[in-house]
Design a protein around this ligand. Sequence first.
Ligand code: UDP
Length: 570
Amino acid sequence: MLSKNAVTVLERRYLKKDAAGQPTEKPDDLFKRVAQAIAEADKEFNIDADVKATQDVFYDMMSRLKFMPNSPTLMNAGRPLGQLSACFVLPVSDSMEDIFDALKNAALIHKSGGGTGFSFSRLRPAGAAVNSTGGVASGPISFMKVFNAATEAVKQGGTRRGANMGILRIDHPDIMDFIQCKKNTAEITNFNISVGITEEFMKAVHEKREYALVDPHDKKECGRLYAPAVFDLIVKMAWTNGEPGIVFLDRINRDNPVPSLGEVESTNPCGEQPLLPFESCNLGSINLDAMLIRKGGGYELDYEEFERTIRHAVHFLDNVITVNNYPLDEIREMTLSTRKIGLGLMGFADILYKLKIPYNSDEAIELAEKVMKFLRDTARDASNELAKERGTFPTYSESVFKSKGIVQRNATVTTIAPTGTISIICGASSGIEPIFGLSYIRNVMDNDELLEIHPYFEEVMKERGLYSKELMSRIAQEGTIAHIEEIPQDIRDIFVTAHDITPEYHVRMQAAFQKYTDNAVSKTVNFPREATQDDVRTVYELAYELGLKGVTIYRDGSRDAQVLNIGKVN
Ligand code: UDP
């Protein structure tokens, strides 16, 4: 059932290996190892639990590619490292000790396959006084470069590429430098950067006025900037090479389920998981394509199977929190206090093809809302069931759920992850993204390249007698079939790819999923190469209006090394 690409990925980094680097387990052994290690947690709550039965259920979900936990769980469960989470946020306070503690902790997390997010907003700005030395501070960006260099070094020996998110609040005095710190795309390459946007800032942009910069030390105003000009600079830089992204910090904090624990100041590297300082989260995704059944001549989503899978997945992810080996005491304490999990989806674009619904249609948006509402409601119900058996998360009495009378085991249950690697393992389209190209070359891990033709597209083309190698190459070159006249219109309408979809539809799709997601949604809004800065501005405004927690845009061809390249066929 595993594709050749899936086996390649698993062999390279996920399977146990001997000293000579030869795999000592097969993919099936991996699923058994993970199922067994995660099912063990049942015993913590019930000494008589039928662990074997749980193990079989978990094994079945993974081996049939219905559900996959995030990569660190696949790599490390049932092995000595035992670190199972993909997402961490570490605090960076304004002292040398704290900055370098954060650096060391990040290195340990990267080594185990986790990604780290940081807010650098508490660091004093460049040029500020340093009392103990009489010198001047070098500021957040210079420290980000240190974190970046450390990540680069750890990358060599770790299980996968360490990834970081760096956030700076819009009212930090160094904000203008931060917005431009990745202008040179060869710098700070191990960071995604996002500007932390406040409601006050957006108001100032709309009212075309100045807003206050705040000294992180004494919280006093220390300067003013004209908001529309700052917004324009963010837009210009994002248009230039895709960075910075933006995150709406106040909006994220409005959804903070336990406000008494503090403020959320950062997300994980890909932006889908806002977390409190020292909090971690483990993610898992259901492969929607495996939830389809044949009906008549077509396909239909099997909601009974979907419901069962969601319930088992919540059980699985809650167990992960229990058996996880945390890299730091502070992280264990914070994570156990909220027990956040992030269940999401992959294969959304695949099922749209099979259901004959164009991604860029209102019908697709409606389906997105329906599917995600079902997932969230069922996952909450499953978390409620677990709470009856195992108890609520320890800070429940301080949480927003308590006041609403909703009993939960987990402070959050849903997140839409990018599923960069696990979607390859499942042979599914990643997360909620449209298909990037119906045939293309994918660069995976370092410099390896894999050729892919979308399997269902291939099937349909063969069925209709339209398949030829020449045509597939042409499609790979063009990246879209929209203008290929020998392909019938009905196929061209349904098999749309990222480039056929307007940025507005990308944002609307992200918003449809965000509506029913506790955490956030990983999504890139793709622009054609010829898009203007105004186009980018319009999308940022729309994202704000539609209630997104953040946006990442990418204009085709604006960065040298793209992960996915159209027109590169071996
Ligand atoms: N991540 C990371 N390094 C990577 C890819 C991912 O640290 O090379 C972390 C990061 O926090 C990201 C999260 O894993 O936001 C989820 O990414 P994804 O869904 O692509 O991971 P997968 O489980 O598919 O490997």
